[in-house]
Design a protein around this ligand. Structure first.
Ligand code: NPW
Ligand code: K
Length: 541
């Protein structure tokens, strides 16, 4: 089993109806101006979060409504059960991946029942495998329909072990990190029959560990906590208490009794016609996500927030001797990984008072001469750069566990270069640059809007918008690069390039110094030359 380092795609949403949402993702463009800029709606996370604060505002379905919606989707609306099950299982897997990272919770047991809820569990197990988890499946009452036999074959082809009820340990606590409860969904009635009655009892036993504070696997219920009444919930308070519930389509009435830390909604396939018919209030899904959290996010202990980075090793043999090439290589990886705004960088400047300040800016070009961005020449950063031309840039590529620091001296780009870039920007951004007197205090946002409207009208004839004097670019000429690749247990790889001096003069080549955690190896390499034999000096840092 491997841990997949591909990042979660972050993007944004653009709701088209108050009930359900449609999403548009934006893409970053590097070194090229865009004529029609991708529009990123601010709404995504905040809308999803505001709905997350209040799960009562989300509709809950009766058992009958759930079955009716199922029939409508698979009848007049033309969906097949395979399709819906694939989307449902994927939603379950993505919800699990949001709450329980594979780096900490990798051993998953999916207990699958005889109906479609069980099918969701089989799909989720397959998806979780591809997300880097290590699934096991218990599927005691198999259905011989081709859909189900196909799902089993797919799992077998991934060598995912199938465990019989007898094979399973009586106590699940030692062998698994996550139990996916996919036994019964909204068609459950009565009391659980064998062998599920016994499996539910084993899940109930796990709650005993809560008192002793011993680690136990978390329970993730698909659509309905198995054994619960679909509408009344946990009658008599004797049922399982899942840590996570992934409601599908819309939560069923029993979900009102769910009190675990993670409640997600999955199944991003509800067409508006269904939402209207059943007067469904559903939260918008963020970005391209298949799931959305409903209910309050659990409070977290900030000091306990940490990721265990799992990345390929970053070795001397693999590095480019030219740090600009190395930067481009990593930048291309960030683009290929679909990271949002990989050209966003923290720019840190220090004025004559010696106090540093940082802000995010967008890289607009990089070549052998340096790293270019554009801004207002009267802003705080510009004033500080005027007083002290030394600055630092920091790129952080979450998802690839990478960071690049670039330090050097900064100068303005030529007026011609600024002029050329200014006119390549969308006209709205050009007007925005004119009205935005950065770092100055204004009476209110209305002032900006007013000036913007006036200029928009003035230039509505598509005449050239002159670049304001106070706007232009900067170029940082690098004097130091550091490439950082996160590794497990904080044993990160760090590789530093600094200019070589030959006979007291800088020749433009860079010396490569690879530091590895507490030990570092020093090696020499130079651009455009056959790499010299690597000299490694073990030193403590
Ligand atoms: N939009 C949607 O709607 C979507 C729905 N989806 C999913 O489908 C789920 C509903 O699936 P479903 O209708 O197949 O029923 P489900 O709850 O899995 O189980 C029925 C089986 O359990 C059995 N059974 C019942 N009671 C029992 C008992 N006491 N003890 C033992 N067995 C008992 C029953 O047998 P029977 O009693 O009929 O003999 C039958 O074999 C839904 O919750 C969601 O997860 C998604 O895939 C896609 C989108
Ligand atoms: K279930």
């Amino acid at each position: 089993y491997h841990y997949n380092t591909s990042p979660a795609i972050k993007s944004t949403c653009n709701p088209f109806s108050p009930l359900v949402s449609n999403q548009s993702s934006s893409s970053s463009v590097f070194l090229r101006p865009v004529s029609a800029p991708a529009i990123r709606a601010f709404c995504s996370k905040s809308d999803a979060m505001s709905s997350a604060q209040n799960s009562d505002s989300v509709s809950h379905l009766t058992q009958r409504e759930a079955a009716e919606i199922d029939e409508t989707l698979m009848g007049p609306l033309g969906f097949s059960v395979d399709q819906l099950m694939e989307l449902a299982g994927l939603s379950v897997a993505t919800s699990i991946a949001e709450a329980y990272k594979a780096s900490e919770y990798d051993r998953v047991l999916a207990i699958c029942g005889p109906g479609n809820n069980g099918g969701d569990g089989l799909v989720a197990a397959r998806q979780l495998y591809h997300f880097g988890y290590k699934p096991f499946v218990c599927y005691p009452k198999r259905t011989q329909k081709p859909l189900y036999t196909g799902l089993v074959t797919q799992l077998e082809s991934l060598s995912i072990p199938f465990l019989s009820v007898e094979d399973l340990p009586l106590d699940f606590s030692k062998d698994f990190d996550i139990i996916v409860d996919a036994m019964f969904g909204f068609s459950f009635h009565g009391t659980p029959r064998p062998p599920f009655d016994d499996l539910i009892k084993r899940l109930l036993c796990l709650h005993g560990y809560d008192q002793t504070r011993q680690k136990r696997p978390v329970i993730v219920s698909v659509d309905i906590p198995s054994g619960w009444h679909v509408e009344e919930g946990d009658i008599g308070d004797e049922g399982i208490k899942p840590d996570m519930l992934v409601s599908l389509t819309a939560p069923k009435l029993c979900a009102k009794k769910f009190s675990g830390p993670h409640h997600f909604l999955g199944g991003r396939f509800v067409p508006p016609v269904i939402a209207h018919k059943y007067k469904l209030r559903l939260p918008p899904y963020p970005g391209t996500s298949m799931c959305v959290r409903i209910g309050k996010a659990p409070s977290v202990d900030i000091s306990a927030l940490r990721e265990n980075y799992i990345s390929p090793e970053f070795l001397e043999e693999q590095v480019e001797s030219d740090p600009i090439n190395q930067f481009r290589k990593w930048f291309d990886d960030a683009i290929a990984a679909g990271l949002r705004e990989p050209n966003a960088m923290a720019l840190s400047t220090v004025g004559k008072d010696g106090k540093p300040s940082s802000r995010m800016v967008l890289l607009k070009g990089v070549d052998r001469d340096g790293f270019v961005w554009y801004t207002n020449y009267e802003s705080r950063k510009a004033c500080e750069l005027c007083e002290n031309p030394h600055a630092s840039l920091l790129f952080y590529w979450d998802g690839l566990n990478r960071q690049v620091r670039v330090e050097g001296s900064v100068e303005k780009v030529s007026d011609e270069e600024s002029e050329q870039y200014f006119h390549s920007r969308p006209r709205g951004s050009q007007i925005g640059a004119i009205v935005s007197k950065q770092s100055s205090v204004i009476p209110g946002r209305h002032v900006l809007y007013q000036q913007y409207k006036e200029l928009e009208e003035k230039f509505s004839d598509w005449s050239l918008i002159p670049k304001p004097e106070f706007w232009g670019g900067y170029r940082l000429k690098p004097e130091l690069f550091e490439f950082w690749q996160g590794q497990t247990s904080r044993l990160h790889d760090r590789l530093q390039y600094s200019p070589q001096e030959i006979n007291g003069k800088r020749d433009g080549n860079f010396l490569v110094l690879l530091k590895k955690v507490l030990l570092c190896w020093k090696c020499e390499a130079s651009i455009n030359k056959t790499p010299q034999p690597i000299k490694r000096v073990l030193m403590m840092i």
